[in-house]
Design a protein around this ligand. Sequence first.
Ligand code: C5P
Length: 398
Amino acid sequence: MLADKRILLIIGGGIAAYKALDLIRRLRDQGASVTPVLTRAGEAFVTPLSVSALAAHKVYRDLFDLTDEAEMGHIELSRAADLIVVAPATADLMGKMAAGLAGDLATTLLLATDKRVLIAPSMNVRMWDHPATRRNLARLLADGILVVGPNEGPMACGEFGPGRMAEVPEIVAAIGAALGNGPLKGRHVLVTSGPTHEPIDPVRYIANRSSGAQGTALAAALRDLGARVSFITGPALVPPPAGVAVIAVETALEMADAVAAALPADAAVFAAAVADWRVANPAAQKMKKDGTGAPPSLDFAENPDILARVAQMGAGRPRLVVGFAAETETVVAHATAKRARKGCDWIVANDVSPETGIMGGAENAVTLMTAQGAESWPRLPKVEVARRLALRIAEALA
Ligand code: C5P
């Protein structure tokens, strides 16, 4: 899968550095060559000898190693690779990357490269949750850095929470995806996103506060795993991602038609906030005050439930149908009922009460409801929620 790919692997100074040794083996098993770089802190956790023996390659350690500069300068070293992987990516390394510092070999390579960079963060849960790390992560994501993990679980320091480095198979999958060889290669995935606008008259409409951020991030994450994505979007605040087929719609009825036209698909994810009701007979002309002071009355008609329709369509149904449930109370109970009512495979439930700041915000805290039960994820950037969900979709379609 990774035949002839050249990976520059930067091993940072964290307890998860031992997993980098296994990562080197797995990458070489798949045909990749690994050029290892060990930071000074990394050397406290794994020895240069183990790293170079497993990589069957010289290990680079010091920016001012003149022999290395004579053999291969740091600029060339950073560009000879197809992909740069940082595992484990410590809070310190992430901070330096976000700030553009270049005080040692690893950070100089990261600043000098013209290749994509994938990081596998690993740190104590408090460090991961610290506002400084949140800021640095947001900066790195905005800079186009790819991130895999961290996972939630027991940590070497005895605490529990997000911060464990992603497992080696997950990192290998993310590397394959970053190199355009993703697990969703050859799959067609349909994503609905954004709000719908339901016209009242030619100038007024009924809408909702969906920004389209989560659906957009999801479409990008599915694309990054190699899927062909049909992205059916209402009038969203965020622009659609590059590299997907964008079908822009306005109303729920248009969205339903666009979804039907985009099928068949291997998976369909309904992240749109579709209006349940439309104005039955929108006025052809702008509605005017009639002078009596009496408010106008609107008649409503129910919109088709696009998710339920696709989930229950029988022949031609996508293998995996995923709905979203935005709730403001008793999230899990409502989502469980919704999953059964709609007939979809998974529901991604989240609490959109105003105090959570989730609707229109950059982060999301979701519970994934599957046939196996409810799985609560930590509060994460929407981009990271999207990546995790895309990986789960890839596993389900494998
Ligand atoms: O019933 P509710 O609107 O809470 O369900 C939310 C889920 O159903 C979302 O996945 C949404 O995209 C989908 N939906 C739909 N068509 C509708 C209403 C909701 O596809 N008319």
